[in-house]
Write a protein that binds this ligand. Structure first.
Ligand code: UD1
Ligand code: CA
Length: 451
């Protein structure tokens, strides 16, 4: 199979009206990544591969998403929605380049795996003109049924055109097909629209290939892999399947999860050795966790890297651009954004650190706020190594706190602080001897007089 060139065509011109959303169907996310991006990530890539994505006439956002996921994607527009075979032919120009194998997949089946694409291509190398991905549906209603006789695929019958007997078949068309590239244009060109919907059905390719005296093969897979998403309920179901897979992969890679069913992962979440994840943690896209780190309960991380032996949470939020050095500690009710915390930094309680660089081993007291936004622009806070920021301090950026400097609790710091200096910004404390006792006596006497 190696050495064969491959063109993958992904159909994404669907309307998705049953999602009841302004967002095109294939743009909806599963595990933080669009349906379309999942399919494109699974499609063959690298030397000898080409990719075509067919979008609807007003689907610029879908085209942009396709290019973001796969910069090598060629975009084609299907001007009118006349059926799946018609959609494939929108990419005629790509097909005409003559790849050995042509794969067709739907943009709304996000759980498909690269291995399945490879399995589906295998019959082509053995001379089949077509291979169809099939699955046993718990409820086959709505799917095309595979008509198989003596182990040979004879045709696919769409629900609307199927007889009662054919509707009883549970072996269904997943929608993914592999064509012999040399025969594809000929086969597709013979597909007509004489059916109950008046559409050009890609599924008619099977009967046509048979009529040409060539073989059509079926490769079976599990239903979970080929769930097509048409509704929000199906979207949620796909999320469940995807999360179960990601959790299993994390466990297999050695991550300790106390309640894996409560942890939400992204396809690109990366873990070092001996990482522990407590219950109810959400990993958005772009998170990497170093060896020995612990992510405590109820934390939320996205576009963040956590260093070796660092500790996060419980109840911490690491936003995009956060980088925690070795052994750093970010505790409860702490939010970080675009913040580099070098090794050994401690930010343990109730703090916001945004647009900041904090040198190694600094201690940031409870309630510290980097005031990074003036209503128009963001500004940076720089804190040198070994600094101590007293609790409830406001650091008004842009501002630099020197190495080893001390900030007295409750200060509002608006000017730079030199290395090893103490900065205090608060009124002198005053005290009146015995004042409280006198106050209580006076109040008690007044109350007694009133009766
Ligand atoms: C299709 C298959 C059916 C299969 C099922 C699996 C056909 C005729 N039927 O039915 O056998 O069991 O998928 O989910 O192929 N699309 C376009 N342009 C069009 C029509 C469709 O791009 O003109 C795209 C859609 O965006 C979608 C895919 O093709 O991604 C499938 O279209 P859909 O209308 O959902 O087909 P089904 O009726 O589900
Ligand atoms: Ca469908």
């Amino acid at each position: 199979m190696t050495g064969r060139s491959i063109l993958t065509i992904v159909l994404a011109a669907g309307e998705g009206t049953r999602m009841r959303s302004a967002l095109p169907k294939v743009m909806h996310p599963v595990a933080g990544r669009s349906l379309l991006a999942h399919v494109l990530a699974a499609a063959p890539q690298g030397p000898g591969t080409a990719l075509a994505v067919v979008v609807g006439p007003d689907h610029q956002a879908v085209a942009d998403e396709a290019r973001r996921a796969r910069p090598d994607a060629a975009i084609f527009t299907q001007a009118e929605r006349l059926g799946t075979a018609h959609a494939v032919l929108a990419a005629r120009e790509a097909i005409a380049k003559g790849a050995d194998d042509i794969l067709v997949a739907f943009g709304d089946t996000p759980l498909i795996s690269p291995e399945t694409f490879a399995r589906l291509r295998a019959p082509l190398a053995n001379g089949a003109a077509l291979a169809v991905l099939g699955f046993r549906a718990a409820d086959p209603t709505g799917y095309g049924r595979l008509l198989v006789e003596d182990g040979r695929l004879l045709a696919i019958r769409e629900q609307a055109d199927a007889s009662d007997a054919e509707r009883g078949i549970d072996l269904c068309n997943a929608g993914v097909m592999a064509f012999d590239g040399r025969a594809a244009l000929d086969v597709l060109g013979r597909i007509g629209n004489a059916n109950s919907k008046g559409e050009y059905y890609l599924t008619d390719a099977v009967g046509i290939v048979r009529g040409m005296g060539r073989d059509a093969a079926v490769i079976e897979t599990g239903e979970d892999e080929v769930r097509g998403i048409n509704t929000k309920a199906q979207l949620a179901q796909a999320e469940q399947v995807m999360q179960a897979r990601l959790r299993q992969a994390a466990l297999d890679a050695g991550v300790t999860m106390i309640a894996p069913e409560t942890v939400f992962l992204s396809p690109d979440t990366s873990f070092g050795r001996d990482v522990t994840v407590e219950p109810y943690v959400v990993f958005g896209p772009g998170v990497s966790i170093g060896d020995g780190a612990v992510i405590h309960a109820f934390s939320h991380l996205a576009q963040a890297s956590v260093g070796r032996d660092a500790s996060v949470g419980p109840y911490a939020r690491l936003r995009p651009g956060t980088s925690l050095g070795e052994g750093a500690r970010v505790g409860n009710f702490v939010e970080t954004k675009a913040a580099v915390l070098e090794a050994g930094v401690k930010v343990n309680h109730l703090t916001y650190i945004g647009d900041a660089h904090i040198g190694a081993k600094s201690n940031i007291g409870a309630g510290t706020i980097t005031c990074n936004y003036d209503g128009f622009d963001k500004h940076k806070t720089t804190i040198g190594a070994g600094a101590f920021i007293g609790s409830n301090s406001s650091l008004v950026a842009p501002v630099t706190i020197g190495k080893g400097a001390y900030i007295g609790s409750g200060s509002v710091i608006t000017r730079d602080v030199a290395d090893n200096a103490l900065a205090l910004e608060r009124n002198q404390q005053s005290a009146r001897e015995n004042w409280a006792a006198r106050f209580r006596d006076m109040k008690a006497a007044a109350k007694a007089e009133r009766g």
